[in-house]
Structures are given as structure tokens and as C-alpha cells.
Design a protein around this ligand. Structure first.
Ligand code: DGJ
Length: 527
């Protein structure tokens, strides 16, 4: 038995549109996912994982992403073994953690290395992708019904099992279906079914959607289509042009259809929210093509309605731009893989109402006292306020660095001019500068962050000054003030006459580098 008994009246974890944000609801309340993803093989051994569960909890995580692999779940056709799933659920509960399982089924980073041996060895029944040169590669072909049926059958059994052991306790809150699917850049599968599909008309499910929603399509997809003539019927090459990107769109559609069948089979057993993760790159050949790259967002949304979120794995530079590209077309932002960077966590959650974030390889870096643990600690404390502010659209975030050293945020009735914190005593520049800003009333803000300072301007000609400023913490959702800040701690500049020329008071807030802190600020205007 798994250690829970009381029947729980709460609905299962689900997504809900609350005001301006789509949020994950767990046990009746919005949930901010402060997570980390284990390395690929970690969850295949309970012994290996044993020392890490308490460390993950001590690092202020509330959720762990862990692989569940087809090869270990279904070692023989139709014979299922869920011991590792049960073990992970038991340990997560013991450590007050939630789980998101990653279904490594037909594909993991394009490869089919996690399929059971009985699939790998029987290529006649479970055929592989055929490359242009006539060679198979170790990727299951998307175009073979036996492949998706076998995968869907196993995934359905997994979801049925999760419902049976966790349908009341809700330790498992979401599922990732497959992992970074896609095939070698710019090519397409050459199995006979794929060739026939490529020479057939673009399916109506996609074509009609495009024709009806031209203006709503992501711009790069619309432009690509229109550059090829914007036709509303025809084969793939006729509608999109005979180019490598057309192969990608074609593969994206059929990957989406396949993954959708797997997801829908699982949802029929237990409809947890489901997402796919995406391997990113800027140019063909740098990523697994057919995955849900930004240009393919609408193709995936139409092809896989059983997938609730298209989630980018953001390892590339320009974190902000990637967030922007996936915060479109009604897709809620959720980042299942990235680096363990506190500033990025604040940015995605504050500027894009992200449902959460999850650095990869977490068991190797999770510990109390790391910058990520400190950031998660503060985000966890303030989560109820953050989630409400996401819903009401009263939240923003800044990340500053040498190339982007200042930013002015318009929020509520004031504009707040952020820059990298300069401390009164000679002190090194903060290693990282970031903040979440929430407008909590007409003259009222909560600012969470590290290594930043900010001055304010009221609307029109009136200058703004600090009415009250206090440090504090959230305890059980309530603000508990600490030091009341004034004097040197609010005066960024004592040269009032020269500040007045800029319509500023010289007053402001400052958050030192190091562990992020929370401030509650009230302003007033004077003329
Ligand atoms: C992306 C994959 O999705 C993960 O499973 C893992 O292999 C990482 N890359 C490794 O950096």
C-alpha cells in the first residue's frame, strides 16, 4: 500500500484559465511549480535516488520531474511493472514533494532507446524511420500504426495505475508525453506511408484551421505559408513550397498526431494535464525537426489537442526571447528543462505568468543554501500572492546584466526605473540582478529580488517618494514585516535639487546581491 487512505473530494490536478493566466490547480488551489528534473537514469534505481529525495525537499522544491521508461514498465508485452513508479510516489510523499512523470516511450531526444527490447528487436512489427539513403535509423517511424498503438497501450496502463494509486492523493500533478521528439534536420521519413502522406493533400484538420485563423497564426508560420502563395488546399509541397522547412512542418504534423494518440489513450484512463517538451535551436540541423519549434506551435496545437502545453527546454542564450515565443497562441508557459538560474525563474514567472520552471540534472545540484534554493524559498513563500497577481495581470519582472543594465517598468500608477544595485559601502557588483514587481494597490508594491535598485515616477508632473518601506516575509500567506527601512536605506541620492530636475525624489528601493528578499513599498506623490 502506498500510505494514503482518506478519499479526497478535490478534483484531480487540472489547468484553469484564471483571469489573464492559465494555472495548474492542485487540490483546489493554484500551484506554482518550483521544480527540478532528475538526470535521465536517476529514477531507474530507488537506491541511487534514496539520498537525493531529502536534498530536493531541502532545496525548497515542491515538485520533481522523473522519467518513467517504457522498457522498465513493460519488459514483456502486456506485463507491467510499476515498482519504480510506486517507489517514486512513496518517496515524494515522504518528502512532501509532488511529481511530474516524463514518459520516455517511443522517443527520447528523437532516439528510440527507451522502447522495450521486444519492440527494438521486432522491427518488422515496429518499423523504424527510413532515411533518404535507404538506411533505417534507431527512431521508431511515426507513420506505423503498430508503433503508436503499442506505446499508447503502455501509456494507458501507466495512467490507469497512477489513477489507482494516486487518484486521491494527487502526488502526480502532470505528465510529459515522450521527450524532445523530432528527427534529423530538414528531412522526412521515407517509409511508404510517409511518402504517400506527403503527396496527399494537407489534412483538413490543419488546412481548415489555418484558413479560418489566418490572423491568429504565429507570425513566422503565417509568413512561411504566405510566401508559398497562401493556398488553402493542395499537397504539402503545393501549400508550403518544396523546401526543407516544409518537410519539418509535415513531420511536425505527424509527430503531433502520433503523440496525441498516446496522450489521449492515457487521458482516457486518468486525465492529468499533459505536455510535450521541445528541443530548441535557431537553424535547421540544430534541433530535432518536427518537434514543436516556435514556427510549428499552431501545427502541434491542432495536431495534438490532447497535449495541453507545448513546453520549451530553454538552454540557449536569450531566455527572454524564448519565453516570448512560447507565450503565444494561448499556450501557457511552463519550462520543464533549463539551467538552475534564479533570475530566469523570476523572469518567467513574473513576466510571462509561467506555471513554473524546472532546472535539469537537479539531484546533482540540489541543496539547501544554493542560489536556486534561496530563490525557490522566497517564491514558495510568496506563491499565493504571485499566482493572484498573475491572474490579475499585476505582475512584471526584470533581469539586469552588463548588456541590459537598466529597465523601466510601467505597472500600476507608477513607473519604476530599475538598475543594478550600487551599495553604499564599496561592494562588488551583485552576481545576479533580478526582481519580480507586483502592484498591490494604487500606491502599493511588493518587490521580490536581488541585486537591483529602483527609483519611481508618478504619472504626469508629480514626483513620487517613499511613504513606507519595509522588509518582510510571507508566513502562511500573510505579510509579516521585518525592518522598517528609512534614511540611508531609502535614499539612493541625497542631492534633492538635481533629482527634482529629473522629477525624482532621490528616494528608492535597493536590494543587495545574494539571497533574494521581499520589500513592501508604499509611495506618495508631491508637487
Ligand atoms: C535535453 C533532454 O530532454 C534531457 O532529457 C537531457 O538529455 C538533457 N537534454 C541533457 O542536457
Amino acid at each position: 500500500m502506498l500510505g494514503f487512505s482518506v478519499a479526497d473530494a478535490q478534483p484531480i490536478p487540472h489547468l484553469e484559465k484564471r483571469g489573464k493566466a492559465t494555472q495548474l490547480i492542485v487540490d483546489g488551489r493554484p500551484f506554482l511549480i518550483l521544480a527540478g528534473e532528475l538526470t535521465n537514469s536517476a529514477s531507474s534505481s530507488m537506491e541511487y535516488m534514496a539520498p537525493y529525495w531529502p536534498k530536493l525537499a531541502a532545496a525548497n522544491m515542491n515538485t520533481v520531474l522523473a522519467a518513467v521508461t517504457w522498457e522498465l514498465v513493460e519488459p514483456e508485452p502486456g506485463k507491467f511493472d510499476f515498482a519504480l513508479v510506486d517507489g517514486a510516489i512513496r518517496e515524494a510523499r515522504r518528502n512532501h514533494l509532488r511529481l511530474i512523470f516524463l514518459w520516455f516511450g517511443s522517443w527520447k531526444n528523437g532516439e528510440s532507446t527507451y522502447t522495450p527490447l521486444w519492440v527494438k528487436k521486432n522491427q518488422k512489427q515496429y518499423p523504424l524511420y527510413l532515411a533518404e539513403n535507404g538506411q533505417s535509423i534507431t527512431y521508431l517511424s511515426v507513420f506505423k500504426e503498430a508503433n503508436w498503438k503499442a506505446d499508447a497501450n503502455a501509456f494507458a496502463a501507466l495512467m490507469r495505475h497512477i489513477r489507482e494509486v494516486d487518484g486521491a492523493a494527487h502526488t502526480v500533478i502532470m505528465m510529459q508525453v515522450e521527450n524532445e521528439v523530432g528527427c534529423p534536420g530538414g528531412w522526412r521519413d521515407q517509409v511508404p506511408e510517409a511518402k504517400a502522406a506527403f503527396n496527399a493533400p494537407v489534412p483538413g484538420q490543419l488546412m481548415d484551421y489555418m484558413a479560418r485563423n489566418k490572423e491568429k497564426l504565429v507570425s513566422e508560420f503565417r509568413q512561411y505559408w504566405q510566401a508559398a502563395g497562401g493556398k488553402t488546399s493542395g499537397t504539402w509541397a503545393e501549400v508550403f513550397g518544396d523546401q526543407p522547412m516544409t518537410n519539418e512542418i509535415f513531420m511536425a504534423w505527424y509527430y503531433a498526431r502520433y503523440v496525441d494518440q498516446v496522450a489521449q489513450a492515457g487521458k482516457a484512463e486518468y486525465p492529468l494535464p499533459m505536455f510535450i517538451n521541445v528541443d530548441l535551436g535557431e537553424a535547421i540541423g540544430q534541433y530535432s525537426s518536427g518537434g514543436a519549434l516556435p514556427i510549428q506551435l499552431n501545427v502541434w496545437q491542432q495536431g495534438a489537442p490532447g497535449i495541453d502545453i507545448v513546453a520549451p527546454d530553454i538552454y540557449l542564450p536569450d531566455f527572454a526571447a524564448w519565453c516570448e515565443r512560447y507565450d503565444r497562441s494561448g499556450n501557457p508557459l511552463w519550462i520543464p528543462e533549463t539551467r538552475g538560474d534564479a533570475a530566469n525563474a523570476f523572469y518567467a514567472i513574473g513576466n510571462h505568468a509561467a506555471m513554473g520552471i524546472s532546472p535539469f540534472g537537479i539531484e546533482r545540484q540540489a541543496d539547501a543554501g544554493t542560489p536556486l534554493a534561496e530563490a525557490y524559498g522566497l517564491l514558495a513563500q510568496a506563491a499565493p500572492q504571485i499566482l493572484e497577481a498573475q491572474a490579475s495581470g499585476t505582475i512584471k519582472a526584470v533581469t539586469l546584466n552588463a548588456e541590459h543594465a537598466t529597465e523601466t517598468v510601467q505597472l500600476g500608477n507608477y513607473s519604476l526605473a530599475f538598475s543594478i544595485a550600487r551599495m553604499r559601502q564599496p561592494a562588488p557588483a551583485p552576481a545576479s540582478s533580478y526582481a519580480i514587481i507586483m502592484s498591490t494597490g494604487p500606491d502599493d508594491y511588493v518587490i521580490l529580488g536581488s541585486g537591483v535598485q529602483a527609483t519611481f515616477n508618478g504619472p504626469g508632473p508629480s514626483a513620487a517618494a517613499v511613504a513606507t518601506l519595509e522588509e518582510g516575509t510571507y508566513v502562511d500567506g500573510r505579510w509579516v514585516p521585518g525592518r522598517r527601512l528609512n534614511g540611508d536605506d531609502i535614499m539612493l541620492n541625497y542631492d534633492a535639487p538635481n533629482q527634482a530636475i529629473k522629477n525624482e525624489s532621490g528616494q528608492g528601493i535597493r536590494l543587495a546581491g545574494g539571497p533574494p528578499k521581499a520589500l513592501h513599498l508604499q509611495l506618495y506623490r508631491y508637487q
